[in-house]
Design a binder for this molecule. Structure first.
Ligand SMILES: C[S@@+](CC[C@H](N)C(=O)[O-])C[C@H]1O[C@@H](n2cnc3c(N)ncnc32)[C@H](O)[C@@H]1O
Length: 258
């Protein structure tokens, strides 16, 4: 699949992803995250065999940010990234955006308990409600499979100051078929197990196959690097873990925005 897919332009692959998943994205995901919000962090600890915080800290360690800078966390969910950044740099101005009121309610409560302030917007990230050249750093973790990635990355490039950095972390499609197959088997087991453990609602059960298929149609680490370059980012770099199952990308908004 990888070689065949590589011949297809990213714009077509994005159309295919949207055609396949639009109904879930538009009609179902909000309900899924409304339920998942109450156990999101605990479920991820279980599914990652206790490595969840380690994965997050590894991502945070790739992020170069200075006190006082403006950071936007796209699809911020329960604010894991904003909180981890503020723990390291209490003077940052962090803004979270997510479509799920429930995920943000949990995230805002977690920040408040720690005495932190994170600005919050509720909305669809395909259109970011911020001016051009506004943020020093933008982060996006574990959400791209639910998005038209090219469109959101263009928006991220627009709101970043010239020379600003975009940091992306996600589960990616492993380029090796055997690694990919093992990954899907494990994910299917985890989705079933955590849905039972946390008494998920029917909306979550009905989306379990979507989570696997979303990954199957997603990008490998190299493809995502190529996509970021195509939308105009410079200096794209990537580190991967576990045979490409997780990727940490960094990309720079061009200084010359002509
Ligand atoms: C798996 S969670 C990731 C949350 C967080 N970034 C993290 O690392 O824990 C995915 C998040 O993406 C959000 N999301 C999905 N599609 C979205 C969209 N089109 N606009 C805004 N948020 C969206 C969901 O509401 C959910 O909170």
């Amino acid at each position: 699949m990888a070689n065949g897919e590589r011949a297809i332009p990213f714009s077509t692959r994005e159309d295919n992803r949207e055609q396949q998943f639009r109904r879930v994205w538009v009609e179902e995901l909000d309900e899924v995250f409304a339920d998942v919000a109450r156990y999101y962090d605990r479920a991820n600890h279980v599914a990652s065999l206790g490595l969840w915080n380690w994965f997050r800290n590894r991502f945070i360690s790739t992020i170069d940010v200075q006190d006082g800078q403006k950071v936007l966390d796209v699809c911020a969910g329960t604010n894991a990234i904003g909180i981890a950044l503020l723990e390291k740099h209490p003077d940052l101005q962090v803004h979270a955006i997510d479509r799920s009121k429930a995920m943000q309610a949990v995230g805002q409560e977690s920040a408040r308990k720690l005495g932190m302030h994170i600005d919050s917007s509720i909305g669809d990230v395909h259109t970011l409600p911020f001016p051009d050249n506004h943020f020093d750093v933008v982060t996006l973790q574990y959400a791209s499979r639910h998005l038209r990635v090219m469109d959101v990355c263009r928006e991220i490039r627009r709101v970043l100051k010239p020379g600003g950095h975009f940091y992306h972390c996600d589960m990616l499609r492993p380029a090796n078929r055997i690694v990919a197959w093992s990954y899907y088997v494990y994910l299917r087991f985890c989705l079933n197990f955590t849905a039972l453990l946390f008494s998920s609602t029917a909306s979550v059960h009905s989306c379990k196959e979507y989570f696997i298929n979303g990954l199957r149609m997603f990008y490998s680490a190299d493809e995502l690097s190529e996509l970021l370059a195509q939308v105009g980012f410079e200096g794209v770099s990537c580190q991967t873990l576990l045979g490409g199952m997780i990727g940490y990308h960094c990309a720079v908004a061009p200084l010359d925005t002509e």
